[in-house]
Design a protein around this ligand. Structure first.
Ligand code: HDE
Length: 701
């Protein structure tokens, strides 16, 4: 019987120690031959031709020529991190999976977040679904939960995946546009394939432009199956909930970040881990007894449907902490290979036709991407428990298998490896009868009810963003018929939505509703109210120049960093600013190297000279105006309040002398005193993420 060995959150880290290598010693070839000149190739005389016998030149160049491997066919752009998962309590009633059954066990993980459509070098903040793939290095082998940040998918049957991906990727004749869904072929497909409608509602919502990977939910999407040690199955849906709340960007901001910092999400994840602000997520499950399989008004096997939390609650089962950045992007983040069929005893599949197709595709795609069948031996992919089988040879084989048997059964090799016993993976025994047919089940035919449910569940500002997103995307489609067909489909989701979208894109609004909106809502689908009450990890910009009120800035910084926020002082130029009290303050960044879109909130510091300088600096004025436009908390201290009056903002109520803190439309102002009241008020605004009811339509930014 297999014995579980000592195992902890560091098991993977220790394993990797065996392959980590540092630059050290003298330069050698791959053969280990010492080299004393790598700047000049071997030639004939000083100005003559290069010689073929220069093995160092040839090796160096050949290795360089072959540095790239094929990028992932989807999810090419990604960022990853290590961490651990720990269950709160035993889930053994439902699953025999060891990593979910023992609250004392911390299982090492690697998570890779990604966008879907863009190439490896594309920008992070494009409108797209985000991948959220987790590899659990468990004692019983690797378990991969390869999820997304949206709980449903575009299509129902995996055989449509190549069509969908071809439609969303850059168009084949000119490879335009990069990492964008706003083009004819995607929307042509959508209009003709109404099963995409629910997912497209999520895609047009703020879910597709997450603020950070730290503040993004994750979903397993499919209905999976847990199996306990008596062989009993329970349907399960997996959810990741970020401890810091779920937050998104606004579209104008997301587009600008694509230029200002294409690595915005990747950098945020890296910096948070490097600075010890470890991202955390809670794993939750929705459990459905097998006897309830047909209890719902949709099919649990249909990945374009979600299971409303109001019908089946999400039970928290454990938490994941990401606490270590990879050492090497290529070796780890690029070479990691996820596969939905990497399951451990106690976790099994269902007959969801999308999941079934994935169980083929992931292994298949790795063979090309990672160059052959031995990719599981790449360090990041190796399980932490022992691997023993008769699989042999193949390109890139790293192991030296000893012994003269590589078959089963054998007696010459002592019968090894022997067949495992009680802890072996046993497929769930499900009775399946039927005729061989190509047909979508009737239970998969309702493509609109949950699209309507999602729309009904959104706050007003979220709905406004959905309308604007449809107008933007369809407005980029050249073919009028493509636009019209999508509007016809939207009219089956919600008549008001269809009319609003149509009237923004030059399409005749539908005269009558195609269906009556069922009026049902699922509040858990909205991002309103999903802000956790914390400023932990938020990025706050403080605008300063020479003559700034130094004490007030220091007090503000202490108050915010004390609550876990990150505060950066931005000035017209880098270096130091002289404070009004004679001290010097170190500038974190020159304003010209950043932009308001890279911060969550902004404070205009006081000090007459500082405010005079900032008030004549267009960059500073635009910074504050743009932050206001994007519904971000804005604060001003002392003379900084006067600067707000110079901006093209709606008239704000602000603090007069000794007035105490005034908060109007998410702008907190304060003069005099120690600022404590302002700190409180501002922290509350920042914790709420954005001021969604602010009227920004007339603000020019
Ligand atoms: Fe994937 N998907 N997918 N997918 N997927 C890949 O595998 C595929 C689907 C997801 O960070 C590929 O190694 C098919 C749903 C993530 O490395 C490929 C179908 C969900 C990642 C593939 C789907 C996902 C992938 C490309 C429909 C959310 C990135 C490279 C049947 C639940 C993992 C690779 C990473 C990657 C196929 C649908 C999530 C081609 C055929 C649904 C997060 O195998």
């Amino acid at each position: 019987m297999t014995e579980f060995r000592d195992h902890d959150a560091d098991a993977k880290d220790r394993q990797l120690d065996g392959v980590r290598t540092d630059s050290r010693g003298d330069l050698t070839t791959d053969n280990g031959v010492l080299i004393d000149d790598t700047d000049n190739s071997l030639g004939v005389g000083e100005r003559g031709p290069t010689l073929l016998e220069d093995f160092h030149f040839r090796e160096k160049m050949t290795r360089f020529d072959h540095e790239r491997i094929p990028e992932r066919v989807v999810h090419a752009r990604g960022a990853g991190a290590y961490g651990y998962f720990q269950p709160y309590a035993s889930l053994s009633r439902h699953t025999r999976a060891h990593f979910l059954s023992d609250p004392a066990v911390r299982t090492p993980v690697f998570v890779r977040f990604s966008t879907v459509a863009g190439s490896r070098g594309s920008a992070d903040t494009v409108r797209d679904v985000r991948g959220f793939a987790t590899k659990f290095y468990t004692q019983e082998g690797n378990y991969d939960l390869v999820g997304n940040n949206i709980p449903v998918f575009f299509i129902q049957d995996g055989i449509k995946f190549p069509d969908f991906v071809h439609a969303v990727k850059p168009e084949p004749h000119n490879e335009i546009p990069q990492a964008q869904s706003a083009h004819d072929t995607l929307w042509d497909f959508v209009g003709l394939q109404p099963e995409t409608m629910h997912m497209m509602m999520w895609m047009m919502s703020d879910r597709s432009i997450p603020r950070s990977y730290r503040t993004m939910q994750g979903f397993g999407v499919h209905t999976f199956r847990l199996v306990n040690d008596r062989g009993e199955g329970t349907f399960v849906k997996f959810h990741w909930r970020p401890v810091l709340g779920t937050h998104s960007l606004v579209w104008d901001e997301a587009q600008k970040i694509q230029g200002k910092d294409p690595d915005f999400n990747r950098r945020d994840l890296w910096d948070a881990i490097a600075q010890g602000r470890y991202p955390e997520y809670e794993l939750g499950v929705q459990l459905v007894p097998e006897s309830d399989e047909h209890k719902f008004d949709f099919d649990l096997l249909d990945a374009t449907k979600l299971l409303p939390e109001e019908e089946v609650a999400v039970t928290p089962v454990g938490r994941m902490v990401l606490n270590r950045n990879p050492d090497n992007y290529f070796a780890e983040t690029e070479q990691i290979a996820f596969h939905t069929a990497n399951v451990v005893p106690g976790i099994d599949f269902t007959n969801d036709p999308l999941l079934q197709a994935r169980n083929f595709s992931y292994l298949d795609t790795q063979l090309t991407r990672l160059g052959g069948p031995n990719f599981q031996q790449i360090p990041v992919n190796r399980p932490v428990n022992e691997v023993s089988n008769n699989q042999r040879d193949g390109s890139g084989q790293q192991l030296v298998h000893r012994g003269h048997t590589s078959y089963h059964p054998n007696s010459l090799g002592g019968g090894c490896p022997a067949l495992a016993d009680a802890n072996a993976y046993r497929h769930y025994q499900e009775r399946v009868d039927g005729v061989k047919i190509r047909k979508r089940s009737d239970s998969f035919q309702d493509h609109y009810s949950q699209a309507t449910l999602f729309y009904n569940s959104l706050a007003d500002w979220e709905r406004a963003h959905v309308v604007a997103a449809f107008r933007f995307e369809l407005g980029k489609c050249e073919d009028l018929r493509v636009r019209e067909r999508v509007v016809e489909n939207l009219n089956r989701v919600d008549h008001g939505l269809a009319v609003q979208v149509a009237s923004g894109i030059g399409v005749a609004p539908p005269a009558t509703a195609q269906v009556t909106n069922h009026g049902r809502r699922s509040p858990a689908l909205s991002q309103a109210g999903q802000a956790a009450d914390t400023v932990f990890g938020r990025q706050i910009a403080v605008l300063v120049a020479d003559g700034v009120g130094g004490d007030a800035v220091a007090a503000f910084r202490d108050a915010m960093t004390g609550r876990g926020a990150v505060v950066e002082l931005l000035a017209p130029v880098d270096g130091q600013v002289r404070a009004s009290n004679g001290s010097s303050l170190a500038v974190d960044r020159a304003m010209s190297t950043v932009a308001s879109v890279l911060y969550d909130a902004v404070l205009v510091a006081g000090g007459a000279d500082s405010v005079a300088t900032l008030g004549s600096d267009g960059g500073a004025l635009f910074f504050v105006t743009e932050a206001f436009k994007h519904a971000k908390p804005v604060a001003a201290l002392d003379e900084g309040v006067d600067l707000l009056g110079r901006l093209p903002l709606p008239r704000l109520r602000t603090a007069a002398d000794g007035d105490g803190v005034v908060v109007d439309q998410g702008v907190a102002t304060f003069r005099g005193g120690d600022g404590r009241e302002l700190h409180e008020a501002f922290a509350r605004l920042v914790a709420a993420h954005r001021v969604w009811d602010r009227d920004v339509a007339s603000v020019p930014a």
